[in-house]
Design a protein around this ligand. Structure first.
Ligand code: TTP
Ligand code: CA
Length: 363
């Protein structure tokens, strides 16, 4: 297959918007005295002895080398005079709903893909200049109404629009014309393709594939042998081919994560740490979907495959890992019978969305 441009159909125009340093920007908007300062949102640094990680930080803090997911103790070493703040999750959900309402007002198909990211299919505008005007207006509206900045990518496909929105962050607007699609992608590292993480990147490196150009030109049979059938879609993306549509979806019914231990275990510390990690992950999904939940379900599979679950519905909506983990521990205590555990899982349900937006788990 060839990229969309040479197929004789008019190329689509996809807009991808991603808010800049989202949680930190919301805090800086609410507290103008923080503007221009290194601001870190995440766990309590506790003078360098804190546990937990950075959720995000302002671009001023990034200049010191601080990044999302970095241990908070390391962030403290890099910039002890930064302003460290705990996340205010409900506040970010509200800001997210405000951003999405601004996008939705234009009447184009909207797909929210995380708390601060969305696609709009603006093909109906017909031309890139018209789409560019819209992108500029969206940026201005978000700035004047919410005091927040964002970065936008415009391109003929979703994947390329997403990659483009990241190119001139913060505050960027990057336009990829259909005839430049392949040359835009070619020199980029493979890691820029959404879904290629550290592990896949390392495997591709071993195969001598560094850039998207390398990936596009690689022997497809060898790629399939290594990655299975998904290699075909991957190579298509590298060649600028991506037919995925901007989809509005029905609401998510539940969010769950489970893990199987490499050896069945009754080690309380390992079980507690695993529960903590699962709680972090499901809450992250919840926040990505701009949801709160009331019901926590714990699933335990014992040695011999006997599976038990227990659920608890709380009187209030919540979405933070500490509450989820505490609730999950209580439930586990109720169903734990002393046998070794093979699998542990947490499911969150009974959702309340921040507004009537349709959410999706798919990128
Ligand atoms: P991102 O869009 O990945 O990051 P960002 O908006 O903070 O910064 P950028 O300008 O680079 O886009 O994530 C959106 C929000 O999700 C972020 O503000 C905080 C939260 N988040 C976490 O809690 N933990 C994480 O590891 C990441 C990556 C994000
Ligand atoms: Ca962002």
């Amino acid at each position: 297959m060839e990229p969309d441009i040479v197929q004789g159909i008019s190329p689509r125009i996809i807009l991808h918007l991603d808010m800049d340093s989202f949680y930190a920007s919301v805090e800086m908007q609410d507290r103008p005295e923080l503007r221009g300062k290194p601001v870190v949102i995440g766990a309590d640094p506790n003078h360098g002895k804190g546990r937990g990680v950075v959720a995000t930080c302002s671009y001023e803090a990034r200049a010191f080398g601080i990044r999302s997911a970095m241990p908070i103790s390391q962030a403290f070493i890099l910039c002890p005079h930064a302003v460290f703040l705990p996340p205010d999750f409900p506040r970010y959900v509200k800001a997210s709903a405000d951003v999405m309402a601004i996008l939705k007002a234009h009447g184009f198909p909207l797909q929210q893909v995380s708390i601060d990211e969305a696609f709009l299919d603006v093909s109906h505008l017909g031309t890139l200049p018209a789409a560019t005007d819209l992108a500029v207006r969206i940026k201005e509206t978000i700035l004047t109404h919410l005091g927040l900045t964002c970065s936008i990518g415009l391109a003929p496909t979703k994947v390329v629009a997403k990659i483009a929105s990241d190119v001139h962050k913060p505050g960027g607007l990057t336009i990829v014309e259909p005839e430049n699609l392949v040359s835009f992608l070619a020199p980029m590292p493979v890691r820029k393709i959404p879904g290629i993480g550290k592990k896949s990147e390392a495997v591709l490196f071993e195969m001598g594939i560094r850039t998207i150009r390398d990936l596009a030109a690689f022997d497809i049979q060898v790629l399939i042998a290594r990655f299975g059938r998904s290699a075909i879609a991957l190579q298509d993306i590298a060649a600028g081919i991506d037919k995925s549509e901007v989809k509005e979806r029905d609401g998510v019914k539940s969010v769950s994560r489970e893990t199987t231990f490499s050896n069945d275990t009754d080690d309380e510390q390992l079980i507690a740490a695993t529960m903590g990690a699962l709680a972090e992950e499901v809450c992250r999904n919840l926040s990505d979907e701009s949801l709160y939940c009331r019901t926590v379900t714990v699933k335990v599979r014992y040695q011999g495959f006997v599976t038990r679950t227990k659920a608890r519905t709380l009187p209030h909506y919540m979405g933070d890992p500490v509450t989820v983990c505490t609730c999950a521990h209580t439930l586990l205590r109720d169903i734990f019978d002393g046998r070794k555990i093979r699998l542990l899982g947490i499911r969150l349900s009974s959702f309340d969305t921040c507004d009537a937006l349709q959410m999706t788990l798919e990128v």
